[in-house]
Design a protein around this ligand. Structure first.
Ligand code: ADP
Length: 258
């Protein structure tokens, strides 16, 4: 029998940062970054001091979604997060040349991420939202073990394939003793802007059922909606661009629960 491995020590807190929340998904393309960005903006609308860290090494989308282009400035070995729409934000994409991420090895990615968290002048923050890379590989595991997470928000579409991967994500957080704050169903109901007909392009209700089955909270549904996509593409996410629309309110409802 193999000798029992000692559990890693619990991660130390980040000075001046009250809580860190990971936004994760099992699968790519389900809207994890869209939720992370709009959740961060919604938390800020609730009066919190918010930071957003884009750790999605495979497809950093926060620069585009927030319209960030500058390289963050350094100061004594630390760097200053950029400011946009009242939040502080940093993306691994801002430190990388185009296509560089794809050739990084796991340990490089991991140390870069831990550095972005520890060497960023984030304080004072009430909450730091981390847009995680999709999946449950080494990088995600490192973050779960080395970053003092208050909990994780899991994003899934209602499709079975996405939900199966979401369950794997939940299993990883449970294994690393990170509380699951709840599941969000993204790309849920689509309402035709011409005739008002409701359709369920990726299905409906699957995330709520999965949450109930696993005994985790269900945080709400985000509709499949053209304005959500267009505002993200334009660098002014819906919660910043049109906070009074039903789509933006769906994100605010989630922010109130985490
Ligand atoms: P992930 O981070 O999971 O890879 P993204 O947040 O980058 O996914 O979303 C993938 C694409 O889907 C983006 O173009 C985004 O604008 C779009 N998208 C995400 N959520 C929605 C939604 N609820 N309605 C419409 N488009 C969406």
């Amino acid at each position: 029998p193999r000798p029992a491995r000692k559990a890693p020590p619990p991660p130390a807190g980040i000075d001046g940062v009250k809580a860190v929340i990971a936004v994760a998904s099992g699968k790519g393309g389900v809207g994890k970054s869209t939720v992370a960005v709009n959740l961060a903006l919604a938390l800020s609308k609730l009066g919190l001091k918010v930071g957003l860290l884009d750790a999605d090494i495979y497809g950093p989308s926060v620069p585009k979604m927030l319209g960030l282009t500058e390289r963050p400035l350094g100061e004594n070995g630390k760097f200053i997060p950029l400011q946009k729409y009242g939040i502080k934000a940093i993306s691994i994409g801002l430190f990388l040349a185009d296509d560089e991420a794809t050739i990084w090895r796991g340990p490089m990615v991991q140390s870069a991420l831990v550095q972005m968290i520890n060497d960023g002048l984030w304080a004072p923050l009430d909450v730091l939202v981390i847009d995680m890379p999709p999946g449950t590989g080494d990088v995600q595991l490192t973050i779960a073990q080395r970053v003092p997470l208050k909990g994780a928000v899991i994003v899934s579409t209602p499709q079975d394939v996405a939900l199966a991967d979401a369950r794997r994500g939940i299993a990883m957080f449970r294994k690393t003793q990170v509380p699951v704050l709840g599941i969000v169903e993204n790309m849920s109901t689509f309402i035709c802007p011409n005739c008002g007909h409701e359709s369920h392009i990726f299905g409906h209700g699957g995330a709520r059922e999965t949450a109930a089955r696993l005994g985790e909270p269900f945080l709400g549904e985000i509709p499949l909606n053209t304005a959500i996509r267009l505002t993200s593409d334009a660098g002014t996410p819906i919660v910043a661009a049109a906070p009074d629309t039903p789509e933006a309110r769906a994100f605010l409802l989630i922010a109130e629960q985490v």
